[in-house]
Ligand binder design. Structure first.
Ligand SMILES: CC(C)(COP(=O)(O)OP(=O)(O)OC[C@H]1O[C@@H](n2cnc3c(N)ncnc32)[C@H](O)[C@@H]1OP(=O)(O)O)[C@@H](O)C(=O)NCCC(=O)NCCS
Length: 155
């Protein structure tokens, strides 16, 4: 399997991320399924780049081409992760490798102790990718959240 690299997202990634976020499977996996118009995405992305509690990593293939993104939303010593992979790269191990590399980088560079993933029930591919990295399923404390599988990774 070819090597991957990661870097922080920058403003030039905006359009590529917009296409990725509107990919059919990415919308299906999300908790808000609507198409995201360009203007809305642009505003959202600008605010996220400025936000000290948001870290967005871009995964690069062995030619330096972006293949996926991981976003962490930080709240004190916890972070919530979300991931999406370009459809050309899915099912080839890129997702789990990107999750692993970005989580290790986050643990190494911050005080974060726990990373949580909220995955829609039925997204078995995603659950499998997180499990491969060492995430464990945790029981849902909130009964209203029955649409989610919660998984956690500890430092
Ligand atoms: C979910 C996602 C991040 C996974 O990344 P990926 O690169 O496709 O996944 P990987 O190749 O690393 O691993 C997928 C694993 O699931 C398995 N898998 C593939 N399709 C599957 C399916 N329909 N059901 C169950 N397992 C499946 C693969 O065999 C692989 O496991 P293995 O290595 O043990 O064989 C990626 O597919 C994606 O971006 N999907 C759309 C958006 C999304 O669902 N994001 C996650 C939201 S929580």
């Amino acid at each position: 399997m070819p090597s991957i690299k990661i870097r922080f997202a920058k403003k030039e990634d905006c359009e590529w991320l917009w296409k990725l976020v509107n990919d059919t499977e990415v919308r299906k996996a999300s908790f808000s399924k609507d198409y995201i118009p360009w203007k809305k995405h642009l505003e959202w992305f600008k605010s996220k780049l400025k936000d000290p509690n948001i870290i967005i990593y871009i995964g690069l293939d062995n030619r330096g081409k972006p293949f996926g993104q991981v976003r962490f939303e930080i709240d004190s010593r916890e972070a919530e992760i979300s991931v999406s992979i370009d459809k050309e790269y899915r099912g080839k191990g890129y997702g789990s490798r990107l999750i692993k590399k970005t989580c290790l980088s986050l643990f190494a560079s911050t005080e974060i102790e726990t990373i949580s993933a909220n995955i829609r029930i039925g997204n078995e591919k995603s659950i499998k990718s997180f499990k491969k990295v060492g995430f464990q399923e945790i029981r849902n404390k909130n009964t209203n959240e029955s649409k989610k599988n919660c998984m956690q990774l500890r430092k």
